[in-house]
Design a protein around this ligand. Sequence first.
Ligand SMILES: NC(=O)c1ccc[n+]([C@@H]2O[C@H](COP(=O)([O-])OP(=O)(O)OC[C@H]3O[C@@H](n4cnc5c(N)ncnc54)[C@H](OP(=O)(O)O)[C@@H]3O)[C@@H](O)[C@H]2O)c1
Length: 372
Amino acid sequence: MNTFAFIIHPLDVKREVAQKYPRLARFPTWAIEAFLATRAPFAYATIKGIESKAGGAVKGVFIVCPLSPRILINRPRFAYSRILECCDLAHQHGAQIVGLGAYTACSGDAGVTLNQPGQSPVPVTTGNSYTVATALQSVVMACEMLAIVPKNAKLAIVGATGSIGTACAWALAHQFRLTYLVGRDLALLGKTERLVHAYLGAGDQTAFQSTTSSGVLLDADILLVATSSPHALIHPEHLKPGSIVVDVSRPRNVSTRVARERSDVLVIDGGVVSVPGELSMERLDRPGQAFSLGFPPNTLYACMAETAILALEGHFQPFTVGKEIFPRQIDQVGGWALKHGFRLAGLRAFEKPVTEEQIARVRNARIRARSA
Ligand SMILES: NC(=O)c1ccc[n+]([C@@H]2O[C@H](COP(=O)([O-])OP(=O)(O)OC[C@H]3O[C@@H](n4cnc5c(N)ncnc54)[C@H](OP(=O)(O)O)[C@@H]3O)[C@@H](O)[C@H]2O)c1
């Protein structure tokens, strides 16, 4: 059976490590991170039961890279050596393709060097093409639910200079009245804006405003958030009544205060996908014990799903690699997903399904804000 591996790492070091090593929880985060950096990668859980509706099945294995988001971003050379060890381990477990999870995809050059001869023994993908495909679907679905007409609405992309942010900008901006490209560096935002214009073609009239100010967020109807900030960036005071936030970032970038204090906005977890078959994940260190991502049954992150889809296709070559994501990759993986029976897992907010009641409340908040 075709086999894939997916590299994961702790997102919230203190909370997750406390589960495995309770005595470590009393140490400061930096000390726990330093301890983890001394540990070797290990195979953590099996993935079984993914069965294509077109026929064929695949299995997988989660490999843990025991590095924190901060170390993955700030020490890319060291992180690279650990990620390479993860790929070697994946190979030993029979994987024919490897997906880079969360910050292992943001670290360094996002798989370019890993895919060079003499580096990873298994081809590597970041999984970002299918993540973008599902983020776009979430935006369309959320606009329909709240009766938002994109050509009358304003979009903000937070993390616009990043791989996912840039791809979402060229795929979505032309449908909206105005798109704010929000980032940390105006020069980088200018580069992104030129790249997006190149995608849209000469003569395109799409309106953009690049900014480093979070003040513009109060003017946006839809926010798409995809940054590698390990901290929350979107707080209750940033959001307009009746707006929608699609948060693709992991760890999430929308503060949990938004869930508590702003029942008039809809926050959607980007990139959660329903997979075909009867998905089961089991810990290797405790046979018989299920491994959970905290999602409903039969769901995975889109980047994991992309890796499984490539295994189903027998596409054992690098797929989404580097920071630029191309339209043909999004179309191709989207087509394969449909063929095999992968689809967006409805709309979810802070790990729970979005209810009719929530939608009605946010829709009413929009109406009230418009007539005020
Ligand atoms: N849900 C899923 O299935 C899924 C799948 C894949 C990835 N993801 C998540 O998506 C996010 C983005 O991934 P990516 O591959 O697009 O990353 P990327 O290419 O590395 O881009 C990261 C972006 O974040 C910005 N950024 C970094 N630190 C920041 C901070 N402290 N404040 C504000 N902006 C900051 C960067 O800005 P500069 O250009 O200024 O550095 C850049 O725009 C990550 O959180 C990743 O874990 C989720």
